[in-house]
Every structure is written in C-alpha cells, then in structure tokens.
Design a binder for this molecule. Structure first.
Ligand code: PGA
Length: 249
C-alpha cells in the first residue's frame, strides 16, 4: 500500500506572517493517516521546521542545486535544505523548467543530489497545452520521466507529481479520464523500468488547480496517491479540507 501524500507548494509566497497558517495546520494535524508536506520558500524552512516539530507536517524545499557546495551565487544545495529542517524537495517544477531553462538531465542530477542529502525528491512532469492538443501528452510525459529520474530512484526516495502546465494556477483541470490515463501510463512506465516492487511503490501525485471542491473526485482516480497543491495550500483551512479528502479517499 502506498502511503498517501498531501503536498503544498507555497512557491514565492510567504514571509514570517505566513507561519500563522502553518501553525494552524500543525495544530490541526498532530498526527495524520496520510503524509502531509509544506514546501515553503527557502527563507522560511528553518522557522517552518521548528513550527512543525512534533506534528504530522513535514517541511520541504522547492528546488536545489545539483552540487553540494561551491561558487553558485544565489543557489541552495540539498544539504543546506536538509540542514535547515527540510525532508523533501520539489525538483523540476514546470516553473523551474520554464523560467530557468531546467532540462530533464539537470533535474535528474538534482534528484541525485537530493538523495545524497537524505531528502525525498518530488519530481515533476507535465505537458503544455499545445502538446496535449497535438495528441503528444503521453510521449512527452514518458520522455520527461525517463530523463528526469535517476536509475537509483526508489519508492522511499522519490515521489512523482504529474502537473499539466495549463492547469497550474488557472482553475482549469483535466477530466478525471485524462488524469487516470496519464497516471496509469506513468505507473506502467515505472514498473517497466524499475520492476514491480519499486514501480508500484513510487507515489504519484496530481497537481494543477486542486482545491477543496475537486479534491475528492481527483483522489478517487486511478493511481492518484495524493496531490501537489499550489494556491490552495496557502490557507490552512483550504489545505486541511484537501488533506481530509485524501484521508477519506
Ligand atoms: P496550483 O499549483 O494548485 O496553484 O494550480 C500547483 C503547482 O504548481 O504545484
């Protein structure tokens, strides 16, 4: 049985004031039947980890550099995230791929760096609208996950998030059939590459405009083990409703 995961991605949102939302969340979940994760801005990881200590909420980063240290001004290594209190890191989010030109090869190197630092990597994939309209979604996702996952990936160290780029922050979501098609495809690709145990053990999250109103039906969809949530993770009340839907799924 794969342990379900409700993951929040705060993106570039949140200063010290946002810790009150985190406190509300941690108070609501001293323990939980599902894994809960908040990927805060790097500047808050230290304080967020302290605030979340003793609760069911884990803290993660949103990106890391592939190297352990060195002359890379402005970058943050996986080891630094871990040192600040993170246990997860998002890798290869479409906003990193698009805004920073990150390739799947770079993402695989970052995932390896995350493993080396003892972090769980949440590796993202997803198609742009034109790719879907051209009928090339599965080809694109297949290539992205083949190239973005290191050979050493396993169920303890790796989570995959499928996030159609056109659904992120837009309020649009794919149909449940479209989500199931991609998730079933990713599952088959993972089993094919890593074998039954690892391939069936890696958790698959859906991301892109998940909110309290659509969470339950998404969580009832084939091979959906949880969600990566942007906007709706910023408010404890909204994210709690999504967590509760995942617990009930
Ligand atoms: P959204 O973002 O929930 O605001 O659409 C999801 C994500 O980008 O991880």
């Amino acid at each position: 049985m794969r342990q379900k995961l409700a993951a929040g991605n705060w993106k570039m949102n949140g200063t010290a004031d946002a810790l009150s939302e985190l406190n509300e969340l941690t108070q609501g979940y001293p323990e939980a039947a599902v894994d809960i994760l908040i990927c805060s801005p790097a500047t808050l990881i230290d304080r967020a980890s302290e605030a979340a200590a003793g609760s069911a909420v884990a803290i993660g980063g949103q990106d890391c550099h592939a190297k352990v240290n060195g002359a890379h001004t402005g970058d943050i290594s996986a080891e630094m995230l871990r040192d600040a209190g993170a246990s997860y890191v998002i890798i290869g989010h479409s906003e990193r791929r698009d805004d920073h030109g990150e390739t799947s090869e770079m993402i695989a190197a970052k995932a390896t760096a995350a493993y080396d630092a003892g972090l769980i990597a949440v590796v993202c994939c997803g198609e742009h609208l034109n790719t879907r309209e051209d009928g090339k979604t599965l080809d694109h996702i297949g290539t992205q996950i083949a190239e973005s996952l290191p050979d050493t990936a396993n169920a303890d160290t790796t989570v995959i998030a499928y996030e159609p780029v056109w659904a992120i922050g837009t309020g649009l979501t794919p149909t449940l059939e479209q989500i199931a098609e991609v998730h079933d495809f990713i599952r088959a690709e993972l089993v094919n590459r890593f074998g039954e145990e690892t391939g069936n053990g890696i958790r698959l999250l859906y991301g892109g405009s998940v909110k309290p109103a659509n969470a339950a039906e998404i969580f009832a969809t084939s091979n959906v083990d949880g969600a990566l949530v942007g906007g709706a993770s910023l408010k404890a009340a909204d994210f709690s409703a999504i967590i509760d839907a995942l617990v009930a799924a």
